[in-house]
Design a protein around this ligand. Structure first.
Ligand SMILES: Cc1cc2nc3c(=O)[nH]c(=O)nc-3n(C[C@H](O)[C@H](O)[C@H](O)COP(=O)(O)O)c2cc1C
Length: 197
């Protein structure tokens, strides 16, 4: 190969890499996958939960913030979850799930919620309120693995009104989200799905 061809081939290669990277810009893991985790968050707890759930699945799932309004139609398996304020997930997630009912039909493999729960361990009450009577109704999916995780509060990330509200309840900053719990949930979903196919 002469010098000219070498440079030409090199430039074409770099161009190809740039194009490929652009197409994968919203995918956190550099591999093709048929699993997606759709999450909603205000300050990041549910984003981190989603990363760790995928880590429990050996990085199999790509992660999508609902604020990006992702097109998930090419995914066969979707896990849906979000953080809780005033007993509900964000308006954006509620809207997305409502708008995409047809696309999601038969694809939802798991649900999760991330909440404060006054820093108390979640019980079946929270599973009923946040998953069975809320997120599962939005996805129109029953009987898939589900989990309520305790989340965290960082005052510096909150808007003024929310920070004032929490301080009014004498709530301190806290961090109760556990990587190993999220990873265990990812493993559970992955194994339950493997067994059912
Ligand atoms: C304004 C506000 C309202 C909240 N409302 C609830 C609630 O109704 N129930 C609950 O268990 N936790 C509630 N929390 C706690 C959050 O769910 C928890 O901090 C979560 O980790 C935040 O997720 P994020 O980091 O993804 O925004 C609230 C927190 C804030 C700041």
């Amino acid at each position: 190969m002469d010098k000219r061809t070498f440079f030409k081939t090199g430039l074409l290669g770099i161009g190809g890499m740039l194009l490929a990277k652009k197409a994968n810009a919203l995918e956190y893991y550099p591999r093709s996958a048929d699993w997606a985790i759709l999450y909603s968050t205000w300050c990041g707890s549910s984003r981190d939960a989603a990363v760790w759930i995928s880590e429990g699945m050996n990085g199999l799932a790509n992660l999508f913030d609902v604020r990006e309004i992702p097109d998930l139609s090419m995914y066969a398996n979707i896990i849906v979850g979000g953080s809780i304020r005033s007993g509900k997930v964000s308006k954006e997630l509620q809207y997305y799930l409502n708008k995409n009912k047809e696309m999601l039909k038969g694809k939802v493999r798991g649900h999760f919620a991330v909440c404060g729960n006054m820093m108390q361990p979640p019980t079946s009450k929270q599973t009923n309120e946040l998953i069975n009577n809320h997120i599962a109704l939005l996805t129109e999916t029953k009987d898939v693995p589900s989990r309520v995780f305790l989340g965290r509060v960082t005052f510096g990330l909150l808007d003024e009104e929310s920070a004032k509200m929490l301080k009014g309840f004498n709530m301190p900053e806290y961090d109760n989200l556990k990587r190993e719990e999220c990873m265990a949930f990812g493993k559970e979903i992955f194994n339950s799905f493997k067994e059912s196919v």
